[in-house]
Ligand binder design. Structure first.
Ligand code: SF4
Length: 329
């Protein structure tokens, strides 16, 4: 086990049992393994519905029906022990892991804020539970953090439903930072914000990472954010990780055909040509294609791609790809 590992994710299979025309299983995360390091911003990118938010929920251990984990483990190496997050009960995760070691910025801020409590009580409750500080000190720290996120101090007296979605999102980001956790899991942290506020919030996250030297796992479909903030990036397609590389390498020399098409579809400054979209659409994950899940959309498809899923292999130093174009088959 690597000494600088912040999280070790082993062979996760997870998804949703949904009731629609009978009952079916949606295979949202399929055999995902990752080693996320201390002191890095690790990005997970991919189209909507590729499983990136589900993977983040599983890493956090936020397993609410209909989400289930069929197989796999998430190991959190601490100084004196290795915690297997998915083996803990929710009560144990709340006591040992959540906020104290890992905080989560979900897309829906109401997953974190208690709607029956004023913002100040939301803050003070979480801070006192995990930071061993007096109520007065907790309140002063909360006000200071709110100021840093660009929110007026009087929001502290509001109830969550009295605030806009963007304001609530900034509050959740402030909450995620205030306990100085080792790991922050951020799920589209700036999507609900306007461009100016987005920049401020991302800057706040990046600055806090530099100061605390902690780990951020950043999920967003916005590749510009990955390029700007992340040290390494994983590309997810239809529940699978198809490529992992340093951010520089991924944007300069993408290997997987899906990553190449994703980057080719982005607008470029000064380029007046219409960009090419990716042909076809992502598969229905209740009946994913056999073999490489990208094969129905791939222009390089070979016969083997239709039957055998490719493994994730190291094609270059620190550059992993799951595609038969690089495995010599
Ligand atoms: Fe395309 Fe085959 Fe590579 Fe999949 S494994 S991306 S279908 S070439």
């Amino acid at each position: 086990m690597s000494q600088d590992a912040a999280l070790i994710i082993n062979n996760i299979f997870g998804g949703y049992f949904v009731k629609y025309n009978g009952s079916k299983y949606v295979d949202a995360v399929n055999d995902v393994s990752l080693l996320i390091r201390r002191n890095e911003i690790f990005g997970i990118a991919g189209e909507s519905g590729c499983g990136k938010s589900t993977l983040l929920k599983i890493i956090y251990g936020y397993l609410r029906p209909p989400l289930i984990v069929k197989q796999g483990s998430v190991i959190l190496p601490l100084k004196d022990e290795k915690v297997s997050i998915l083996s803990l009960s929710e009560e144990e995760r709340r006591r040992k892991v959540w906020w104290k070691v890992i905080s989560w910025i979900p897309q829906n801020s109401m997953n974190v804020l208690n709607p029956t409590m004023r913002i100040k009580d939301n803050f003070v409750e979480i801070m006192r539970a995990h930071m061993n500080i007096a109520k007065k000190e907790a309140m002063e720290m909360a006000i200071d953090y709110l100021h840093k996120t660009g929110l007026p101090k009087d929001v502290i007296n509001a109830f969550p439903h009295q605030l806009s979605g963007g304001m609530r999102q900034r509050l959740v980001i402030a909450l995620a930072l205030i306990t100085k956790p080792q790991i922050i899991l951020a799920d589209e942290p700036s999507t609900a914000l306007d461009v100016v506020m987005q920049r401020g919030v991302l800057q706040l996250l990046a600055n806090s990472q530099r100061t605390l030297r902690n780990t951020i796992v950043m999920v967003t479909h916005d590749l510009a954010i990955h390029a700007m903030l992340c040290d390494r990036v994983a590309i997810m397609y239809a529940g699978k990780i198809v490529e992992i590389a340093t951010s520089k390498e991924l944007f300069e020399d993408p290997l997987h055909p899906y990553t190449q098409m994703l980057l080719a579809s982005l607008p470029r400054l000064g380029d007046k040509e219409l960009r090419q979209g990716i042909r076809g659409s992502p598969p229905d994950l209740s009946a994913p294609p056999k073999g490489c899940r990208f094969h129905p959309r791939c222009t390089y498809m070979k016969e083997i791609c239709k039957s055998e899923p490719p493994l994730l292999v190291e094609a270059d130093k620190e550059h992993f790809v799951s595609c038969y174009l690089y495995s010599g088959v």
